[in-house]
Design a protein. Structure first.
Ligand code: FDP
Length: 340
């Protein structure tokens, strides 16, 4: 038996070990961030298990109905929200939480407060739940600006102020993608160990991609630059090959593919929705943060996405994100339009 090889195989880089390693680079750190992250990871494991069991447990689409025990059953997105709120509050490291599910921000009670603000979408892509398509949790983390009393302005900061961002995708495997500002790493849940293991170290998005990802059903309402870009993807005029279209309609899954394979994901403005559909704080910012950290770009049609300053917690913005060169082309089309 080759014990040395066995030892190597069991020397796994778990997400906790990875974050503790990162922590040693900040000697002033007291481990608060590591604790916060371990609570987020726990929330993701819980939701992953609930998503996997959803068909069996009849958790899907039954909000408001009662099960045989007479208990009220919850929809997965409602359940996921409760899981994350509880996990984040009980970490003792958060002060303000903004969830896609809640109209108002949650201010953590003083006895359980810490210095971090977390913005999150507990279960993004919920229109896909009933058909088993990959869905996910998206989150971003800010530090409270100053003082002890948390204020709404603490979560209305530009995305470039985020300390960390990530998502967890509940798909054929459960994948956790994280950036704490020094690159992007991907971890896969080993169900037999119940641990996220580093499987995709230092993810870099290809500089140019072969895929575009957009809901083309909205094409009749697009603005000029978006329409021109998609036309170029299909009928390139520079002799290059046409791009392939891939659109799942679940942001985490579409962005995950874009990050790994390259290309561009776009949810543009259109005549019906001048600000697009996706939410700035817990969709656009975390995904833009990850894209930039992986060497790509994120653009709103007017500016770098991470420079946006949200006015309200549920603001929306158009977004074009992905491979550096592909987003550069989109920026050039918007710049040309401005000059007209
Ligand atoms: P969903 O409506 O299923 O919750 O933000 C929500 C979102 O999904 C994203 O996950 C997804 O990228 C987008 O909406 C899909 O929108 P369209 O159905 O308009 O294409």
């Amino acid at each position: 038996m080759d014990h040395a090889a066995d030892a190597h195989r069991t020397d796994l880089m778990t997400i906790t070990r990875h974050v503790l390693n990162e922590q040693t680079k900040h000697p002033e750190s007291r481990g608060d961030f590591t604790i916060l992250l371990s609570h987020i990871v726990l929330g993701c494991k819980f939701v992953c298990s609930a998503v996997n069991k959803a068909g069996l447990a009849k958790l899907i689409g039954l909000a408001g109905e009662t099960n045989v025990q007479g208990e009220e059953q919850k929809k997965l997105d409602v359940l996921s929200n409760e899981v994350f709120i509880n996990a984040l509050v009980s970490s003792g490291r958060t002060c303000i939480l903004v969830s896609e599910e809640d109209e108002e921000a949650t201010f953590v009670e003083p006895s359980k407060r810490g210095k971090y603000c977390v913005v999150f979408d507990p279960l993004d892509g919920s229109s896909n739940i009933d058909c088993g398509v990959s869905i996910g949790t998206i989150f971003g983390i800010y530090l409270i600006k100053d003082g002890d009393e948390p204020k709404l302005e603490d979560v209305l900061q530009p995305g470039k102020n985020m300390l960390a961002a990530g998502y967890c995708m509940y798909g054929s495997s459960c994948t956790f993608v994280l950036s704490t500002g020094g690159g992007v790493n991907g971890f896969t849940l080993d169900p037999s160990l119940g641990e996220f293991i580093l499987t995709h170290p230092d993810i870099k998005i290809p500089k140019k991609g072969k895929i575009y990802s957009v809901n083309e059903g909205n094409a009749k309402n697009w603005d000029g630059p978006t329409a021109k870009y998609v036309e170029k993807c299909k009928f390139p005029t520079d002799g290059s090959a046409s791009k392939s279209l891939r659109y799942i309609g679940s942001m985490v899954a579409d962005v995950h593919r874009t990050l790994l394979y390259g290309g561009v994901f776009l949810y543009p403005a259109d005549k019906k929705s001048p600000n697009g559909k996706l939410r700035v704080l817990y969709e656009v910012f975390p995904m833009s943060f990850l894209m930039e950290q992986a060497g790509g770009q994120a653009f709103t049609g007017k500016q770098r996405a991470l420079d946006l300053v949200p006015e309200k917690i549920h603001d929306r913005s158009p977004i074009f994100l992905g491979s550096y060169d592909d987003v550069e082309e989109i920026k050039a089309l918007y710049a040309a339009e401005e000059q007209k």
